[in-house]
Design a protein around this ligand. Structure first.
Ligand code: UT7
Length: 310
């Protein structure tokens, strides 16, 4: 039995904050943000939209795409570091709203690698035959833990949600291989203490190394080569980090998904948001091989090689 994506959706807040808007609030410039990060604008959720509201909307879209009813979901996994409150979990909150009365629910804390952790966990439950469908959501309202007086982090992040329904897909499709990892010794480089605190240079160095290595490892585990890759979906943290993983896989520009310029770094949501974008652009088709790779606070990382299609 192979687990894969049988439905996918996303939600992005409507409110756009451009680099020019940030120039008015802090000592920064559009030029600095663009050249150092590739970010041009990001979405920031209104005060009355919390993490679970975004998660719910993305989940609804994914379930519609999968054409399943809420009762069919066996497990809800929500990857987030910005829950509405420590408990009840975001997954329990959306379980109620969705009416997923047969689903167990728990949140996953693996920062920007959270969606990779969620997908891999879902795969285990689907392939063991335990649950027919697992709903995985990556969602973040990073704006509520951003220190708007710290230009070193405030320019980077955005809010949003992406969701996927994981279920059985046909032979040869679905998740072909994965790699997950963690290194708690690097926790001091990126953490929350009321607000996000980050040593940008250290995270950058780690990310460039890990994104490249994990992409290469996951392809080898799947028995594939760089030439087999149709689309690389890197965590959208910084265009320079993303470029490093593209170069490591020797892929042309058009084979790397780029949404960071529009949405900034949405942490656990960035990979599913980008998949939806590429589907809408017609750049992911059935039987395409896609490589997803993420890294984040913890430190954590994860990569998945997947052949697209039900
Ligand atoms: O999902 C994981 C989340 N984290 C990341 O992905 C972050 C990874 N790290 C990075 O992306 C980069 O390290 C940053 C984009 C955060 C910073 O880029 P950098 O090239 O490493 O710049 P830097 O930290 O070395 O700073 C260079 C200069 C400094 O000025 P001085 O000391 O050279 O005078 C900073 O004070 O840029 C200054 N600076 C800014 N200037 C204008 C830092 N932030 C800003 C800003 N606007 N927003």
């Amino acid at each position: 039995m192979n687990a894969g994506v049988v439905g996918i959706g996303r939600y992005l807040p409507e409110n756009i904050v451009t680099n020019a808007d940030l120039e008015k609030k802090m000592d920064t410039s559009d030029e600095w943000i663009r050249t150092r990060t590739g970010i041009e604008e990001r979405r920031i959720a209104d005060d009355d939209i919390d993490t679970s509201d975004m998660a719910y909307r993305a989940a609804k879209a994914a379930m519609k795409d999968a054409n399943i009813s809420p009762e069919e979901i066996g497990l809800i996994l929500v990857a987030t570091v910005t829950p509405d409150a420590p408990f009840p979990s975001v997954s329990c909150r959306i379980q109620e709203k969705l009416g997923a009365v047969n689903a167990a629910a728990m949140d996953i804390s693996a920062a920007c690698a959270g969606f990779m952790y969620g997908m891999v966990t879902a795969k285990q439950f689907v392939e063991s035959g335990t649950y027919k469908y697992v709903l995985v959501v990556g969602v973040e309202k990073l704006s509520k833990i951003t220190d708007w007086d710290d230009r070193g982090t405030a320019v980077l992040f955005g809010d949003g949600a992406g969701a996927a329904v994981i279920g059985q897909v046909s032979d040869n499709r679905g998740i072909l291989a994965f790699e997950l990892g963690a290194d708690g010794t690097g926790g001091k480089f990126l953490y929350q203490d009321e607000y996000i605190i980050m040593n940008g240079r250290e995270v950058f160095k780690f990310a460039v190394r890990q994104m490249g290595e994990s992409s290469v490892n996951v392809l080898a585990k799947a028995g594939l080569t760089k030439e087999d890759v149709d689309m690389l979906i890197p965590h959208q943290a910084n265009i320079r980090i993303m470029e490093a993983s593209r170069e490591r896989l020797e892929l042309p520009l058009e084979k790397m998904s780029k949404t960071v310029h529009k949405y900034g770094n949405t942490s656990a949501a960035s990979i599913p948001i980008s998949i939806v974008e590429e589907l809408e652009n017609g750049k992911i088709k059935d039987d395409d091989v896609i490589v997803m790779v993420g890294f984040g606070g913890g430190l954590t990382w994860g990569a998945i090689a997947l052949r697209w299609g039900k």
